[in-house]
Design a protein around this ligand. Structure first.
Ligand SMILES: [Zn+2]
Ligand SMILES: [Zn+2]
Length: 343
């Protein structure tokens, strides 16, 4: 099969190559990939700024169809449409984090797309416990957004614990910020979205997706929009989805006293930080990284209830052979979500 392979360590060293199909072990199923989303992590693996173990097939946001079932996994029906939780492929299963469900902090963890072979290929092999059945009404394009959306379900519902009637600022209208907005809107949280001039298309999408206001901070008045929406009170909760120092500061400025900040994006460097704001406003700061399997179960409950529609977030679908254009689209902020499909 053709696969997008990181074939050696170092910057670059990524190309589409012919590789062997994965072998479906007794305790596994083989999934034919339908779509796999492009994520910032893939670009970091390309440039070797995210830990990876070449040779390894990139891609970790995948949906597909079960086409082969190992001898000890008869419970999974052939033809089942699934989203795959690739982050749990290798864990120790014994450390305090594995035992409490927070496998993401397991020191021996290796996830799909950087630690083990991922979804920019025709097939992947996975254990049945990594599969989540996609509801009939949901497309496999939408299902490919499960992995990033699970990270948002954790940030918004589990860490942020938002309540209907609250107000929020989402700073950074990339795919994560827009997923965040969609969930907040579905939960009845009145949400302002902030971006820059380069985010014009994404801010327009934020307005379509239910933002109370979507502000270009270079030409618009974010403080004014926050005052309008909150009656000069400040927002209850902020989600930093840009990974930029000015965006972090804007979040801390936007919060009301005793507000909550959730850090969703990676800044990738140390930043100057107005720590006295946390004191004077008695703020709560949290990080949110990935999810647990419980988060995935909760997310599929939302999908089953039809509470969330994600299809309009997909702006581009390209074959894996056009991975370079796909990566460029993400970097240039011209796209919402970009999916690749196998050839
Ligand atoms: Zn990702
Ligand atoms: Zn562990």
């Amino acid at each position: 099969m053709k696969a997008l392979l990181k074939y050696a360590a170092g910057d670059g060293h990524v190309e589409v190559r012919d590789v062997d199909d994965p072998v479906c072990r007794d305790d596994q199923v083989k999934v034919e990939v339908a779509f796999c989303g492009v994520c910032g992590t893939d670009i970091h693996v390309l440039h070797d700024t995210f830990r990876n173990f070449p040779p390894v097939i990139l891609g970790h946001e995948l949906s597909g169809t079960v086409v082969e079932v190992g001898g000890r996994t008869r419970a999974v029906p052939l033809g089942q449409r699934v989203a795959v939780l690739g982050a749990t492929t290798v864990t120790c299963g014994e450390c305090e984090y594995c035992r409490s469900g927070y496998f993401i902090f397991c020191g021996r963890r290796r996830g799909m797309g950087h630690g083990v072979n991922g979804g920019f290929a025709r097939y992947v092999a996975a254990r049945p416990d990594q599969l989540y059945a996609v509801p009939d009404r949901m497309s496999l394009e939408e299902a490919a957004l499960s992995e990033p959306f699970a990270a948002i379900v954790q940030a918004v519902l589990e860490i942020g614990q938002v309540r209907a009637g609250e107000t929020a600022l989402v700073s950074g209208p990339g795919p994560m910020g827009l997923l965040c907005l969609k969930l907040l809107a579905a939960e009845g949280v009145r949400t302002i979205v902030a971006g820059t001039a380069a985010d014009r298309e994404r801010l327009a999408a934020a307005r379509r997706f239910g933002a109370e206001a979507a502000v270009d901070v270079e030409t618009g008045d974010l403080a004014g929009a926050i005052n309008d929406v909150t009656g000069r009170r400040g927002v209850d909760i902020t989600f930093e989805c840009a990974g930029h120092p000015a965006s972090v500061r804007a979040c801390l400025d936007a919060l009301r006293p005793m507000g909550r900040h959730v850090q969703v994006a990676i800044c990738g460097r140390e930043i100057p930080f107005p720590i006295d704001r946390i004191f004077y406003k008695q703020l709560t700061l949290s990080g949110s990284v990935c999810y647990t399997a419980r988060t995935w179960a909760r997310m599929f409950q939302l999908f089953d209830e039809g509470k969330i529609a994600l299809a309009d977030l997909v702006s581009h679908k390209l074959p894996i052979t056009e991975w370079r254009s796909a990566f460029d689209l993400c970097l240039n902020r011209e796209a919402l979500k970009v999916l690749l499909y196998p050839v």
